[in-house]
Design a protein around this ligand. Structure first.
Ligand code: NAD
Length: 324
């Protein structure tokens, strides 16, 4: 049963780009089998139900599943059979199964490879993927100028950067001319257990850069099933999140719904990218957004979960090349 047009999902402006993104975005890393195996049929159905429910934003990377996510997303978007301007596609460059390479030569080749896998003529957003693993000075002096050329060539409409440590954003944005970057994609820093992105929002707004927030479920920490084995959180953080999930379950509530709604509350964030691998998950996350719009968040469950997570609040993990 599909919901009517009147219940279409909220859209928010992506900074000064003119793009309007659904508040819930489709994170396609699960289509690369990084959270368990997903069949093509399951992927195609998930993308279709997402689009029909008002989700118009899809994020991938050549890194996810060693190019598999891009290929499967391309197939699923093509299967929608709708005009290209009805959906927004973001991919990335510089991070691959084989390792990192942020050279101008590699990222310039990368977009052509991505477009071929995605079966598209252009992407809407091209982002340097996890820049804390590269040299930030190379990102400023070489990678971003290369992406600007790709923008001029029409292969991408907008450009951005992604990564975990929040210092990377100020480092880069303080060193490029105003208006150079259109968007940043931060992850795991605006969810119930970690809200450190909040302090950076005024700075990003002043720089005219739009904000995308990924991993509202902290890459599986805020789920009943728990995170995948590769999850980098400390045992302490993992068990606190598991305790919060169990607490919700015992009260007949769902930690993932609460987590999704929490991240959606901040309207300075254009879109919340959640990784989805089944029609059921799409429907749950869409329902969470709709319910938030009509009835607000469950304040009682939220404060209980916040209390359980207080000892680990804002705890993160190292990412990138460590500074000497
Ligand atoms: P997430 O917090 O969205 O969690 C995903 C996990 O939660 C998956 O196991 C998924 O199956 C599960 N899930 C989703 N909806 C659920 C529901 N309703 N109930 C129970 N479980 C549910 O983490 P993520 O997938 O890593 O992040 C979302 C997306 O953001 C990624 O797919 C990717 O597109 C993007 N991202 C980008 C970067 C980067 O650029 N460096 C980093 C992280 C994420």
């Amino acid at each position: 049963e599909r919901k009517g047009e009147s219940e279409k999902m909220e859209v928010r402006e992506l900074g000064r780009t003119g793009l309007k993104l659904s508040s819930v975005g489709f994170g396609a890393s699960p289509l690369g089998n990084v959270f368990g195996t997903v069949s093509d049929e399951q992927a195609i159905a998930s993308v279709r139900v997402a689009f029909q429910s008002g989700i118009n934003f899809f994020d991938t990377s050549p890194y996810y599943g060693g190019t598999l996510s891009e290929k499967v997303l391309g197939k699923a978007l093509k299967a929608l059979g709708v005009p290209r301007n009805e959906y927004v596609v973001a991919t990335k460059c510089g991070r691959y199964k084989e390792g990192f390479d942020f050279s101008a030569e590699r990222v310039t080749r990368s977009i052509d490879e991505s477009l071929e896998r995605l079966q598209l003529d252009y992407v809407d957003i091209l982002q340097c993927h996890d820049i804390e693993f590269g040299s930030l000075d190379q990102i400023v002096n070489e990678t971003i100028p290369a992406l600007q050329k790709l923008k001029e060539a029409g292969k991408t409409r907008f450009i951005g950067i992604t990564g975990l440590p929040l210092e990377i954003y100020t480092y880069v944005l303080d060193r490029v001319p105003p208006g150079t970057l259109d968007v940043v994609l931060s992850y795991c820093h605006y969810c119930i257990n970690d809200t450190t992105l909040e302090d950076l929002i005024p700075y990003l707004k002043a720089k005219g850069v739009a904000i995308i927030n990924a991993s509202p479920l902290a890459m599986g920490l805020l789920t009943e099933a728990g995170p995948p084995l590769w999850h980098p959180a400390s045992p302490e953080l993992k068990s606190a999140c598991q305790a919060a999930a169990t607490h919700c379950k015992e009260k007949g509530k769902n930690i993932s719904k609460l987590g999704m709604q929490y991240s959606l509350l901040n309207k300075e964030i254009t879109s919340v990218l959640v990784g989805m691998k089944s029609v059921e998950q799409v429907e749950e996350n869409v329902a969470a957004a709709r319910e938030l719009a009509t009835s607000g968040i469950d304040e009682e469950a939220l404060s209980e979960v916040e209390a359980i997570l207080k000892p680990v609040k804002n705890q993160s993990w190292p990412s990138g090349v460590q500074k000497s």
